[in-house]
Design a protein around this ligand. Sequence first.
Ligand code: 5GP
Length: 129
Amino acid sequence: MTIFEKIITRQIPAKIIWEDDDAVVFHDVNPQAPVHVLIVPKKVVPRLTDATDDDRALLGKLLLVARDMAKKLGLSSGYRVVINCGPDAGESVPHLHVHLLGKRALAGHQDSSSCVPARVFLAPKAPCS
Ligand code: 5GP
């Protein structure tokens, strides 16, 4: 069982801001921006690679929840939505989740192979040139 399943089942606490039958949204314990929440499906799908055609509606819903949370959290000047998939992307919890970040200008998101770590989307660094 991953840490996210334990949050979903209330075995460990989290700052949950929204929930329905399909997903839960809570604040990231290690925020990389003034607003950093995670949109997590209740269905156990380890990562995007493992999603199937049966998950089409769920995947769409996660993005629409991100949209709604961005509005709820006042991210009127923009936000970033990220899914890390696998080791090269820096995935650390093997339960599919969408990061929603905002409330400040975010660093670049280009390929990170030569200039910044893989988790560049979270790093407060200048974009790669
Ligand atoms: P990943 O690196 O897999 O894309 O993202 C996992 C995220 O989960 C990280 O941003 C990390 O800070 C967050 N995280 C890990 N453990 C916990 C926890 O116990 N509670 C909360 N709220 N977030 C967590």
